[in-house]
Ligand binder design. Structure first.
Ligand SMILES: [Zn+2]
Ligand SMILES: [Zn+2]
Length: 424
C-alpha cells in the first residue's frame, strides 16, 4: 500500500485498558469470561514472546516481492511443526498455504485467512536491535507482523481445533506492487482448497493498539497508472510557426484531464486523477520540444469510474492532440482493484473484533491506497480489517515499526474468525 507520512496520536488510556485483558499465566478469571464472549485468547499471552520472536526474525531478514524465499520456507517449516494437515508451497510462485481441519468437518465449511510476507525497498532508520540486516530493504508496512500473527493463530488452531470445518491459512508474496494475491488466485487456490470466504488484516498507525476498524463496501481504492506520450514537431523557439509546440499541446491535455473529476464525476463520488511527471525532450530555452511524456495515476472507490476515467483520458488526449496538430499515445496499466468488503462478512468480522477489543469502529473512512487482497475479495466474499498500531510512524516510512503489543489482538481475531464462522 502507498501511504502518507506522519506521527499520529495514540490513545494510551485505551491501550492500558486493553492490556488489562491479559494474564501472564493461568486461565482468564471466570468473571471476565462472562463479561466478554470472546476475549483475547489466554493462550496468546503465553505465546506472545514466541510470536514476537518470529516477527523480529522476519524483520531482520526482509525480502521483496516474489523473492520471499527465506520467509516462505520459515513459514512452511513452522506450519509443519504445528501439525497442519497440509502445507503447500509454491502457490503464486512463493506463496504458502496451510490447511487445518477442525475437530469435525461435518459442516463442510472452509474459511481462509490471509497475511502478506513481503517487505519494501526502503532503508531502515529505526535503530532497533533487530533492524534489517539488508541495506535498502525493510519491513516498513508491518507484513512481518501480519505473518507472525497468522502463524500464531495457525499454531493455536492446530492445537485446539475447536471448530467444525476447515481453516486455510494463506501467506502471500508480492503485496507491494507485484499482485502476489492475484497470482495465488490464478494458480487456482480458492477452488483447490475449497475456500468459501476469506478474511485479511492490516495494521494501522494512528489507531490505538488493539483497536479494530472496518467498513462495509469500499475500504481501499483501486490504483491504475497511465503514460501519455505527445509527439509534435520540434523546432527553433524563434520559429514556432514551423513547429508543433508539443509542450503547449501537453499542457492543454494536462489541464483538460482535470475536468474529469471536476466536471464529469458525481461530486459525491471519490475519484483522483493525478499527473505526477511531465518531461519534455528539450533541454534548452531556445528549442521547441519534439516529444513530451507524462505519467499519472487514477484512484477511485467506485469500480465503474476505472473504466470511465480511462475512456475520458483517451478521448481528451486524442481530441486535444488532433486539434492542435500533434499525435499522442496512451499506455494504460491496470493496478489493484477496489478492496470491497462484503457487507454480511464485514458484520462477522466486526463482531469478532468487538468481542476481543470491547468496541469496534465499524464505519471507518475509506482510504485511497490500494491493496491486493482485493483480488481475493473479487473471488470470494469476505472482509479486510484494520488493527491499530498506535503512535508510530506511518507505513512505508523508514522509521516505521510494527507494534508487538498488537500481536495477541491480531492472532485472536484471525482464530476468532474461524471459531465464530465454524462453531464446533
Ligand atoms: Zn505497504
Ligand atoms: Zn501493507
Amino acid at each position: 500500500m502507498v501511504w502518507g507520512n506522519g506521527l499520529p496520536r495514540c490513545h494510551r488510556n485505551y491501550l492500558a485498558l486493553c492490556r488489562g485483558l491479559f494474564h501472564k499465566s493461568g486461565e482468564v478469571p471466570e468473571n471476565q469470561q462472562k463479561a466478554t464472549k470472546m476475549p483475547i485468547k489466554n493462550r496468546y499471552a503465553e505465546m506472545h514472546a514466541e510470536i514476537t520472536e518470529w516477527r523480529h526474525d522476519f524483520h531482520t531478514h526482509p525480502e521483496l516481492l516474489f523473492e520471499v524465499h527465506r520467509t516462505a520456507a520459515r513459514v512452511a517449516e513452522l506450519l509443519r511443526a504445528f501439525g497442519c494437515d497440509e502445507v503447500v508451497e509454491g502457490i503464486g510462485r512463493t506463496g504458502v498455504v496451510g490447511v487445518i481441519k477442525g475437530n469435525t468437518t461435518a459442516s463442510g465449511k472452509v474459511v481462509g485467512l490471509r497475511a502478506d510476507m513481503d517487505a519494501l525497498p526502503i532503508h531502515e532508520i529505526t535503530g532497533l536491535d533487530y533492524a534489517s540486516e539488508t541495506p535498502g530493504m525493510m519491513h516498513a508496512c508491518g507484513h512481518d507482523g501480519h505473518t507472525a500473527m497468522l502463524l500464531g493463530a495457525a499454531k493455536y488452531l492446530a492445537e485446539t481445533r475447536n471448530f467444525d470445518g476447515t481453516a486455510v491459512v494463506i501467506f502471500q508474496p508480492a503485496e507491494e506492487g507485484g499482485a502476489g494475491g492475484l497470482e495465488m488466485c490464478q494458480d487456482g487456490m480458492m477452488d483447490r482448497f475449497g475456500i468459501q470466504e476469506v478474511y485479511g488484516m492490516h495494521n494501522m498507525p494512528g489507531h490505538p493498539v488493539g483497536h479494530f476498524a472496518i467498513r462495509p463496501g469500499a475500504l481501499l481504492a483501486s490504483s491504475d497508472e497511465f503514460e501519455i506520450v505527445v509527439t509534435g514537431q520540434g523546432g527553433h523557439a524563434a520559429a514556432p510557426h514551423q513547429a508543433v509546440d508539443t509542450t503547449l499541446v501537453a499542457v492543454q491535455i494536462l489541464l483538460s484531464l482535470q475536468t474529469i473529476v471536476s466536471r464529469n464525476v458525481d461530486p459525491l463520488k471519490r475519484v483522483v486523477v493525478t499527473v505526477g511527471t511531465f518531461v519534455t525532450d528539450s533541454v534548452a530555452s531556445n528549442v521547441i520540444a519534439h516529444q513530451v511524456t507524462m505519467q499519472g495515476t487514477v484512484r477511485t472507490l467506485d469500480a465503474e469510474f476505472r473504466e470511465f476515467a480511462e475512456k475520458r483520458i483517451r478521448e481528451i488526449v486524442d481530441g486535444t492532440a488532433t486539434a492542435l496538430g500533434a499525435t499522442a499515445e496512451v499506455k494504460w496499466q491496470r493496478g489493484y482493484p477496489v478492496t470491497m468488503n462484503t457487507p454480511e462478512n464485514t458484520v462477522y468480522a466486526a463482531e469478532v473484533a468487538k468481542a476481543i477489543a470491547g468496541s469496534v469502529d465499524d464505519d471507518v473512512d475509506p482510504i485511497m491506497p490500494a491493496e491486493d487482497f482485493s483480488y481475493m475479495l473479487e473471488e470470494r466474499p469476505g472482509a479486510y480489517i484494520f488493527l491499530g498500531n498506535g503512535d508510530t510512524a506511518m507505513c512505508h516510512h523508514p522509521a516505521y515499526n510494527f507494534d508487538d503489543e498488537a500481536i495477541p489482538f491480531g492472532s485472536s481475531w484471525y482464530s476468532g474468525m474461524i471459531e465464530a464462522r465454524m462453531p464446533g
